[in-house]
Design a protein around this ligand. Structure first.
Ligand SMILES: Nc1ncnc2c1ncn2[C@@H]1O[C@H](COP(=O)(O)OP(=O)(O)OP(=O)(O)O)[C@@H](O)[C@H]1O
Length: 356
């Protein structure tokens, strides 16, 4: 039987097309909307589950191919938008109004590049079109303001609906609050510690975040109070654990992983930073300083996905020091590409967890 070309037949031929990540029909997932057919011109909106969808082109192509099997189709126009799903709620934990997904970036040990990964992850998600916030909760090295070009920023207190509220600083498309805005950098860490729990709660509930698809939290290293406070206060979409190839850092990552599992925080995966070295004068050269395949082996051993490996490249540090994250300052560099792909994977995993 020859099919006629109308809205119903368009939806019918689109039914078998699946979201590759969720492995379910786009039509069943309500991702195909506003179908119109005017003479031979078919148009519809494809609503992705994250603006950072790495498979956007493939999905559009699959849709176009399916629609073109209908007789009389002269053109197919697909308008692509995204609606990030809200993470699942957990009993006894209060979400933040307007914030869809809270994710933490953690490391077992200091200095492995946790803040670098957190910041570039936040900026890459914002570059893809998502609304993103960043909490720098690292009392030991609150260097996120410097890396975000906000070292001169302070906190502005406003009278909001819930009393006094902080207005986040803003740069590179990301809203941010930082321990660095509140503490005296010369103050010993031992005095900063007791402030931490109160400040984390304040950063979660008393900041004018507005509507956010993702709120990224740069945690202090280790398995301490800050992790407990965060995981017990809010439902979390997941945690990304940053490590370096050395064995000692992996041991720490393992401890972190166990703690998050016990706190019912899904571990989204491992990022291996400083995996290999790319010399600035020969960007095509790659030196595996610590041998190769360590990240993969570690992830397999820990039973979590390896989200990506980020090379050691001088522009990462230089960009950080100047307040220009590498995904903005040198988007074509190997490290920026790796960080962007990590952001896409994180977004995809969060959507899958929210919808399945
Ligand atoms: N892939 C990389 N290539 C080059 N330099 C890097 C890379 N990752 C991080 N760095 C640099 O290493 C230093 C430490 O990184 P970062 O501050 O992100 O680590 P951290 O784990 O957050 O540290 P802390 O525990 O002190 O907060 C910074 O100067 C940063 O610019």
């Amino acid at each position: 039987m020859t099919k006629t070309l109308d809205t119903a037949s368009v939806l019918e031929v689109l039914k078998p097309v699946q979201d590759p990540e969720l492995q379910q029909s786009l039509v069943a997932l309500n991702m195909i909307r506003n179908v119109t057919v005017e003479r031979g011109e078919v148009s519809f909106t494809l609503v992705l589950t994250t603006p950072a969808c790495p498979l956007r082109e493939f999905i559009v192509e699959d849709c176009e191919k399916a629609v073109r099997t209908l007789p009389g189709v002269e053109s197919v126009s697909v308008d692509v938008t995204a609606e990030t799903p809200q993470q699942k709620s957990l009993p006894n934990r209060t979400g933040i109004a307007g914030v869809k997904n809270i994710l933490a970036v953690s490391s077992g040990k200091g200095g492995v590049g946790k803040s670098t990964v957190a910041i570039n992850l936040a900026v890459a998600l914002a570059q893809s079109g998502a609304a993103v916030g960043l909490i720098d909760a690292d009392i030991y090295g609150p260097n996120a303001p410097l890396m975000m070009g906000l070292s001169e920023a302070g906190v502005t207190v406003r009278q909001g609906e819930q009393g006094e509220e902080l207005e986040p600083a803003f740069n590179h498309g990301v809203r941010m609050v930082s321990m660095g805005f509140l503490i005296d950098r010369d103050q010993p860490v031992i005095w900063r510690g007791p402030m931490l729990n109160g400040v984390i709660r304040q950063f979660l509930y008393q900041v004018q975040w507005g509507e956010l698809d993702y709120l990224v939290v740069d945690m202090p290293p280790g398995t301490g109070d800050a992790q407990l406070t965060l995981a017990q206060a809010v439902p979390m979409a997941g945690v990304v654990i940053v490590t370096t190839p050395q064995e000692v850092a992996l041991g720490d990552a393992r401890r972190g992983l166990k703690m998050f599992e016990q706190l019912q925080v899904p571990v989204l995966g491992l990022v291996e930073n400083m995996s290999y070295f790319i010399p600035p004068d020969r960007p095509e050269q790659r030196y595996d300083l610590f041998g190769s395949g360590g990240g993969e082996r570690a992830a397999a051993e820990l039973g979590v996905p390896l989200l990506g490996t980020v090379p050691l490249e001088m522009p990462v540090r230089e960009g950080g020091d100047r307040g220009w994250p590498i995904v903005i300052s040198q988007p074509d560099s190997a490290s920026a590409q790796a960080l962007t792909q990590i952001a896409q994977q994180v977004a995809a995993r969060i959507s899958v967890a929210a919808l399945t």
